[in-house]
Design a protein. Structure first.
Length: 454
């Protein structure tokens, strides 16, 4: 029997003091008792830990390498993408596993308990499949086995280079699959993932409306068979224009008109939506997968968060390009983007909940839904995906209730994270991952090798 005790905890019934959790052997919460005597692992402030709902792990190793403009006066997402393609051509399976482990370690130390890995790097640089078609998916799984993070693996279907069906260009060939080939890859990836703990899930991810055919999207939805479906949608203005020109509607309008979008779906970014599209998407029950740090880095635009939440929309956050892995900054950037656009404060707060509480609750519920994971709250029957904050940290001095979350999101930061559990696996203690030194050493060796090749 595993037990965790906290001075104060945000449970499904609200804030409670002297809370004792009892977990079963699968890492599921069996009982939540308030006003209990200390037992087991003892913590200060205990919260449900959100899922990082969108990651491309390998991009972490190129963070900081794309900030020079050079001679191009129109640097954009599309020029960044060309740099990314040149970088990924150098990556071997061993590199990818080491980078993924480092990224997952950072996610856990930031307060995430699990990750939905939107994995589109499948083949060798010339597009030839590895002997095991799911070799690189297997490397993501191996990293998760090493770090203990909860994993929702999302192998990506990527068919062509644009809405006109043009062939994949240089840098894209490692992504490409026909629907039949994708089915073999997804099945092989599922078999590999099944060797991980029982909380591991495999879903599907049609990359975007510009990278899959209409038949391919139908096929991916059929392949999902009740598991999570993730897709990039309406990220860039040029993407919206391309889809509208080829398919006759803007991306969100087209998708809602042609597919049954429901709670299984997580639609990433959605930074280019009209007010009507925003409220229509909110009504579906799907999750908007927001990545505010990456969306800021790439100049994607600002998600219409206030309108979306007022319409009852569900959301979660992810680290996408992994240029910076910070749970608190994703939430803070989401709120601050609304303030900058609308010239106001506490934009996403409600009369009964503070801004930090709205953001944190939304990220927990939406992330769990998007990942197909029975987490997101501290309650019996839920996975013990938990993050403990350091109650003795100066930034939490004198704080209680929702003010603890407001201080974490707007004044504290990742340095407040003390402990993290993923399905009961104690991955982070006193702010550090249990295998931090070994994972960092392997990552540093990988970066040295890559620097010699670039």
């Amino acid at each position: 029997m595993q037990q965790i005790w906290a001075e104060t905890a945000l449970t499904a019934d609200g804030w409670q003091n002297h809370v004792l959790l009892t977990l079963d052997s699968s890492g599921t919460i069996e009982a939540v008792e308030s006003n209990a005597s200390p037992a087991g692992d003892r913590t200060g402030v205990l919260l449900p830990a959100p899922v990082n709902l969108h990651s491309h792990a390998f991009q972490r190793a190129m963070a900081g390498l794309t900030e020079g403009r050079g001679t191009d006066s129109s640097d954009s997402f599309w020029t960044w993408r060309q740099l990314m393609y040149r970088f990924l051509d150098q990556l071997t399976p061993e590199h990818i596993e080491a980078i993924a482990a480092f990224v997952q370690m950072e996610m856990l130390e930031a307060g995430y308990s699990a990750v939905a890995e939107f994995h589109y790097l499948h083949h060798q640089p010339d597009g030839t499949a590895y002997d095991d078609i799911a070799e690189l998916s297997g490397r993501i799984c191996a990293a998760a086995s090493d770090t203990g993070i909860g994993l929702t693996l999302l192998p990506v279907l990527y068919e062509h280079g644009g809405c006109d069906g043009r062939a994949l260009g240089p840098g894209q060939k490692r992504f490409g699959n026909s629907p039949d080939k994708y089915a073999r890859l997804q099945q092989a990836a599922s078999k590999t993932a099944s060797r991980l703990p029982a909380d591991t899930i495999t879903g599907v991810a049609p990359h975007s409306l510009r990278a899959v055919s209409q038949d391919g999207l139908k096929f991916a939805e059929w392949m999902a068979a009740g598991t999570p479906i993730h897709m990039h949608l309406a990220e860039q203005a040029a993407e919206v224009e391309e889809v509208e020109a080829a398919w006759g509607k803007r991306p969100v309008d087209w998708l809602l008109a042609h597919h049954n979008i429901d709670e299984r779906w997580c639609l990433i970014h959605c930074t280019q939506m009209t007010p009507g599209e925003t409220t229509a998407l909110a009504a579906t029950g799907a999750v908007a997968g927001l990545c505010p740090i990456t969306e800021s880095s790439l100049g994607d635009g600002i998600f219409d968060g206030v309108r979306y939440l007022q319409a009852g929309g569900r959301f979660g956050v992810g680290s996408d390009s992994n240029v910076l892995i910070s749970l608190d900054e994703e939430l803070r950037t989401l709120e601050y983007s609304q303030r900058l656009r609308d010239k106001g404060r506490a934009m996403m707060a409600t009369p009964d909940k503070s801004t930090g509480r709205v953001l944190f609750d939304g990220a927990c519920a939406g992330g769990a839904q998007a990942a197909g994971r029975t987490s997101g709250s501290i309650a019996p029957g839920r996975l013990a995906d938990l993050v403990a904050l350091d109650a003795g940290h100066p930034n939490l001095a004198g704080r209680s209730g929702d003010a603890l979350l407001d201080s974490f999101v707007f004044a504290g930061g990742s340095g407040l994270v003390a402990d993290v559990w993923s399905a009961g696996r104690h991955c982070v203690h006193e702010g550090n991952h249990m295998a931090r030194g070994r994972i960092i050493q392997r990552y540093l060796e990988t970066i040295r090798l890559l620097n010699n090749q670039l």
